[in-house]
Design a protein around this ligand. Sequence first.
Ligand code: PHE
Length: 340
Amino acid sequence: MIEQIKNLKAEIASLQATSADEVEALRIKYLSKKGVINQLMADFRQLPPEQKREVGAPLNELKTLATDTINALKEALTAADDMDPNLDLSRSVAPLPLGTRHPLSLVREEIISIFSRLGFTVAEGPEIEDDWHVFSALNFAPDHPARDMQDTFFIMRDPDILLRTHTSSVQVRVMEHAKPPIRILAPGRVYRNEAISARAHCFFHQVEGLYVDRNVSFADLKQSLLYFAQEMFGPDTKIRLRPSYFPFTEPSAEMDISCNLCGGKGCSFCKHTGWVEILGCGMVDPAVLDACGIDSRQYTGFAFGMGIERITNLKYQVKDLRLFSENDRRFLEQFQAAHL
Ligand code: PHE
């Protein structure tokens, strides 16, 4: 009987089935009431006690093996049934849609990368500022209209705490703590109390730059900005500086570039002038250097500031400012292929 059990174990261990019917046939053959194993159990009960002791354990093992094997065959078949017969397991995974970078981030990074080649590093500061860093240190007269409720968002009706209206506040913070030479870029979000339209928004983004050292001249400013314009808009780009006014620079200028759409010939984008304005700039007013603790008899500096939205409009011809903050995927996905 021991021999018989051994043979059956080997036989059961190698059982195979390809359908539920085959598994059922095996179950009947081995495990049903009249099946092989029950037959052995009946024989076992007839054995004398000393043989029972010998056969009991292997016989139980045989029963467990048969039950487990047949259950496993059944499970394997139901798992296979659940599988879609058309499923192609060799197919590569479905491509995941790639995210895109926001056009303002792309342009901000490009501006930073161009000026970093001239030795500028990035500085940051708070968006909630005080009057000193946004206005007073920058030479704004107490009654300057920019301080007016029309332009500036004040926090909690406190005239001292406000949302910065430009990132020049970061330049003040840097000058207060660093010693020249200073060469920084201040990128960031700024806020102005304007009605939202295609051409204006209550927040936008700037990159401002500041260079303070001994003997910094207007020629340095002009050459740095020419380098920037040609790197950003192409080597044929021309620049022109028009006199302007900012409280914190003297002399001050606004810079135009030759229209990058018509090449300067004149089109509707440049209002047929051939030029488009892109930034404000000037030599840092000595009063500002002194207010920030830098000796204006030893040092001079230049500063410039531009709106990232403006540069992005020129680069990608985005006509409506509101598109930048609406997060419409149809707009954002167009920048899929844009790269630095
Ligand atoms: N702070 C100015 C603005 O927000 C830009 C500017 C920066 C002009 C530095 C001149 C020099 O409009």
